[in-house]
Design a protein around this ligand. Structure first.
Ligand code: PMP
Length: 445
């Protein structure tokens, strides 16, 4: 034991040995309530028999067939099911192994789409600050988390970033939600005009921002205006639903809430629910046709794309989610969790904002609730809360504030879609105990 290269080389992790419903057990039998599904992954919990059986049965039939030679039954069935439930116009699915790969494929497909139509000028991508799109070079270039980008800056592809839609810190006093949504979206138009529309290939954003900001949903009208701007200037709209998609926010695709259909949408995490590594990039008929009627070949590819076992797991996950109507449960439990959090933390002096949609909810922690001043990043509040909660047997997903102080530490909750009353009580109780350190830390610096 001990040769695995861990995320953090200085901390020793427990060994996960078993999973049961909403819980993970370590080598000592200690139980952890998975209130974040790792990173919004394990939406069906940890021991779903139907998915496990589907994987076993696919292994008995066929484990792997390279996608350069064959398609497979589970890949075709999963693509059909996704398209039957996808936003309007979305017509094709390109399976990969995770979120970063889905984003890379989307950025390249957008460029190739323009090329196939004889427009070789469009290659520039516009993204947003305080966003996360993955850790591979293209996805990291699109991402707007300065801390993650900084060490690799010389290697990143030039892209531009506009400020995100972030009502808690960006909306003017007295400004309506709709007016704010419009104002924030118009930043895209200004950036397109600055770059020159003829060079812009795509705009990418998360409809509900996950890891970097903590469950920040687009303001009303924001995505509709973004869609309008993209159409006006011939720019493709890529929605990154890797974290917020697949039922997490109470609709299968997060953008359904905003009644906006993208040109390309990326999904992962909840697609395989952790049972297998799988992601996907879905695109519109128009984009697919441009490739089909042009070179006939998307110049991309990975050895493990459309892996039959991963697709079999994804098919079982999505079938189960739809047949059991778990997305309705997401909306129901969301209300319950939000109410419980508001009752307990609504007046907490260091909880500035409680926000989110579906079972994708975050608390932004602040030193001062009135001024919204974040805690000093040197205090690493997020890491302390994570540690305290973990010791109590609660997994939550805390993230630091931005290095430029534009937002505070936050705690993201993204529990399995199967959570019940007692799990909600346990989450709130253990978070509450973990937050007891905040008063003391607020006066130390
Ligand atoms: N996009 C978003 C919105 C994400 O949240 C993530 C992962 N947190 C990714 C892309 C990258 O996915 P992966 O880690 O599977 O490569």
């Amino acid at each position: 034991m001990g040769h695995v290269f861990p995320r953090h080389t200085k901390s020793k992790l427990p060994t996960a040995v078993a999973g049961d419903g909403c819980y993970i057990f370590d080598q000592n039998g200690k139980r952890y309530l998975d209130a974040c599904c790792g990173a919004a992954v394990s939406c069906l919990g940890h021991s779903d028999q139907i998915v496990q059986e589907a994987i076993k049965s696919q292994t008995d039939k066929l484990s792997f067939a390279h996608s350069g030679f064959f398609t497979s039954e589970p890949a075709e069935a999963l693509a059909d099911l996704l398209i039957a439930n996808a936003p309007e116009g979305i017509d094709r699915v390109y399976f990969v192994s995770g979120g970063s790969e889905a984003v890379e494929a989307a950025l390249k497909l957008a460029r190739q789409y323009h090329l196939e139509r004889g427009d070789d000028q469009r290659s520039h991508v516009i993204a947003r600050w305080q966003s996360y799109h993955g850790n591979t070079i293209g996805a990291l270039s699109a991402g707007g988390n300065k801390w993650r980008r900084e060490p690799f800056m010389p290697m990143l592809v030039p892209m531009s970033h506009i400020d995100p839609c972030y009502p808690y810190r960006d909306q003017y006093e007295g400004e309506s939600d709709e007016a704010y949504g419009l104002r924030a979206a118009n930043r895209l138009e200004a950036e397109i005009l600055k770059i020159g529309a003829e060079s812009v290939s795509a705009f990418i954003c998360e409809p509900v921002v996950g890891a970097t900001m903590g469950a920040v949903a687009a303001a009303p009208g924001y995505l509709k205006r973004i869609r309008e701007i993209c159409d006006q200037y011939g720019v493709l709209l890529i929605l990154d639903e890797v974290m917020c998609g697949m039922g997490r926010t109470g609709t299968l695709f997060a953008c359904e809430h905003d009644e906006v259909a993208p040109d390309i949408v990326c999904i992962a995490k909840g697609l395989g629910a952790g049972y297998q590594p799988i992601g996907a990039m879905l695109c519109s008929k128009g984009i697919y046709s441009a490739i089909e009627n042009g070179s006939g070949f998307f110049q991309h590819g990975h050895t493990y794309q459309a892996h039959p076992m991963a697709c079999a797991a994804g098919l079982a996950v999505l079938t189960s989610m739809l047949e059991r109507d778990l997305i309705t449960n997401v909306r129901h439990r969301s209300e319950q969790l939000m109410n419980a959090l508001t009752d307990t933390f609504g007046q907490h002096p260091h909880v500035g904002d409680i926000r989110g949609r579906g079972l994708f909810i975050a608390l932004e922690l602040v030193k001062d609730r009135d001024t919204k001043e974040p805690f000093d990043p040197a205090l690493v509040i997020h890491a302390r809360i994570k540690k305290a909660a973990f010791e109590l047997g609660l997994m939550c997903y805390p993230m630091p504030g931005t290095i430029d102080g534009k937002n505070g530490d936050h705690i993201l909750l993204a529990p399995p879609f199967i959570i019940e009353d007692q799990h909600i009580d346990e989450i709130v109780d253990k978070l509450s105990q973990s937050f007891s350190m905040l008063d003391e830390l607020a006066v130390t610096k």
